[in-house]
Design a protein around this ligand. Structure first.
Ligand SMILES: Cc1ncc(C[n+]2csc(CCOP(=O)(O)OP(=O)(O)O)c2C)c(N)n1
Ligand SMILES: [Mg+2]
Length: 565
């Protein structure tokens, strides 16, 4: 080899780390093992911090939390075999909720792939349906290009997770350092610019509509289009319904805001979706938890759907005005000419009346803490400004109902996959992404136990995350469904024991607070929020409380139970 060629060689590890620097990666979440030992050796004195979680699932949910609050791809490194299979849930979760991730999975050396080598798993096969794209590195010199493409694919168009499977020798071997080539992905060309004819069609439909409504999803947040959404809704006086994941995209105090729609949405929101004659979906995917029985969903409406992903349009709901593009550019196009609406006063008044008459409500009691009261108190104490992550279950729905978000990108929850164990590690990632903000993980007593080992990460980094366990000593959402739909046969939803969460926190070196007296709720919660370091709050709440109102499975959005006026 000539002197000149040798100078242009580098190990795979060096190429990889250089590529991460070029992508301005701020933090890596991961867990080491045999197949990635050479990479971890390189990470030993690398300038980008690596956060050691205590389970790979913790690492990937942390990366998701980071991605949701920063808009940047979360980066994960795990070893081959079990390390890689431990991130499958997180990959699926990120895929469903369109979160950008770049996940490096170790792999056995390319020379033994296919021999059932120690800790070999077919990660390409396993992750193909649950990633936006995946790669297996076959040539060391390809690494910089693959990494550049992976970050590009993860964060453009409809964001999503990308896996890079790294055979061990692709990290240890040296490869040629190639001239940097621009990204060239002829098969991947997301369309950002909306079609002008469709925009004109929507504006025309708006002129004649008497019952228009906007359904705003997470696409608005991903596109950073909250301001445009707000201007558009106000310009034409269109009521706005949010999906679970879209919360924070529209100011909740605006009279046009009807709240969240869907299974545990507000009555006003769901009735608007039921009765509307023009439904403008911006960046939502018409999930079944939102639509209820499709036979009763927006049946008399002309449907317009703005989405970056053409595959979403007419997937679940027939759409007459398809607009493929980003929410931001589509809204900008809609805002180009100023306009107004005059023929739907009656509709607006109806919405206002319903909103006032049927707010989310629960009965207070002095005897024990109501879970809704705990979340409402947190909202009051934090002024609605905290970053809230949740786990999955009743507490998640109560958080959506009783913690209205004033600002975008403060709400981190597992929507599509509904992954228990998500909330706490997601808060860790969110705190790394936004070190100066108050981050609260609202979790259930059951879901928290799925990833609680990450308490060690709080200790390691003195990360001031606040964990609020809404402790109903139950798999609450399962219990609720069994009460409502399975004749109160509480099959395996009331665990026989649970740990002493305060002692558990102490074992990890974390400050713990138990709140059980409703008269002390606000004061103790305030103290916990003011505490300078990490805190675990075991908030004991009434077990029998149900999330209401509800569209029961199979019912239409207009058939809500538990409406109290
Ligand atoms: C990984 C996983 N397993 C099972 C479920 C089904 N599930 C949904 S909510 C729930 C109960 C959650 O209990 P808890 O965490 O205490 O929250 P709560 O509903 O009581 O607020 C279960 C088992 C799930 N969503 N995710
Ligand atoms: Mg519970």
């Amino acid at each position: 080899m000539s002197q000149q060629t040798q100078e242009k060689m580098a190990t795979g590890a060096a190429l990889l780390l250089e590529a991460l620097k070029e992508e301005n990666v701020e933090v890596i979440f991961g867990y080491p093992g045999g197949a990635v030992l050479p990479l971890y050796d390189a990470l030993y004195d690398f300038e980008i911090p690596h956060i050691l979680t205590r389970h790979e699932q913790g690492a990937i949910h942390a990366a998701e939390g980071y991605a949701r609050v920063t808009g940047k791809p979360g980066v994960v490194v795990v070893t081959s075999g079990p390390g890689a299979t431990n991130v499958l849930t997180g990959l699926t979760d990120a895929m469903m909720d369109s979160l950008p991730l770049v996940v490096f999975t170790g792999q056995v050396a390319s020379t033994v792939i296919g021999t059932d080598a120690f800790q070999e798993a077919d990660i390409i096969g396993l992750t193909t349906p649950i990633t936006k794209h995946n790669y297996q590195v076959r040539k060391v010199s390809d690494l910089p290009r693959i990494i550049k493409e992976a970050f590009h694919i993860a964060s453009t168009g409809r964001p999503g997770p990308v896996v890079i499977d790294l055979p061990k020798n692709m990290v240890t071997d040296a490869g040629e350092v190639l001239e940097k080539a621009p990204i060239n992905l002829p098969g991947y060309q997301p369309n950002y610019e909306p079609n002008r004819m469709q925009i004109a069609k929507l504006l025309k439909a708006l002129q004649t509509a008497e019952k228009p409504v906007i359904l705003a999803g997470a696409g608005v947040l991903h596109a950073k289009a909250s301001e445009e959404l707000t201007r558009f809704a106000r310009m034409y006086q269109i009521p706005v319904v949010h999906t679970l994941l879209g919360l924070g995209g529209f100011p909740p105090e605006d009279p046009l805001f009807l709240g969240m729609g869907g299974m545990h949405g507000s009555y006003a929101a769901n009735m608007a979706l039921y009765e509307c004659d023009l439904l403008i979906n911006i960046g939502a995917r018409f999930d079944d938890r939102l639509t209820g029985n499709l036979a009763h969903f927006a049946q008399n409406a002309v449907v317009a759907h703005i989405d970056i992903d053409p595959a979403e349009i007419s997937k679940n709901v027939p759409t007459q005005i398809p607009i493929v593009g980003t929410a931001k550019l589509a809204l900008e196009a809609l805002l180009e000419k100023s306009g107004s609406k005059t023929n739907h006063m009656e509709w607006l008044v109806l919405q206002q009346n319903r909103k006032e008459k049927y707010p989310f409500a629960y009965k207070e009691t002095d005897e024990a803490i109501k879970p809704q009261a705990a979340i409402a108190a947190l909202h009051e104490i934090t002024g609605g400004n905290a970053i809230i992550t949740t786990d999955v279950g009743q507490h998640q729905m109560w958080s959506a109902q009783y913690y209205p978000f004033k600002n975008p990108d403060k709400w981190v929850t597992s929507g599509g996959l509904g992954t228990m164990g998500f909330g706490f590690p997601a808060a860790i990632g969110a705190q790394f992404g936004k070190p100066d903000e108050l981050v609260v993980a609202i979790v259930g007593d059951a879901g928290f136990q799925m990833t609680l080992q990450e308490l060690s990460v709080l200790k390691d980094h003195d990360l001031p995350v606040k964990i609020l366990i809404i402790n109903n000593e139950a798999l609450g959402m399962v219990r609720q469904w069994q009460e409502s739909f399975y004749q109160k046969r509480y099959s395996h939803s009331l665990p026989q024991s649970q740990p002493d969460f305060i002692a558990l926190a102490a074992a990890y070196g974390i400050h713990g607070v138990r709140i059980e007296d409703p008269t002390l709720l606000k004061q103790q919660l305030q103290e916990a929020m003011d505490y300078p370091g990490p805190v675990l709050i075991d908030c004991r709440v009434i077990q029998s409380e149900k999330v209401m109102p509800m569209v029961a499975p199979g019912k239409g959005v207009h058939e809500m139970e538990g409406i109290e006026g």
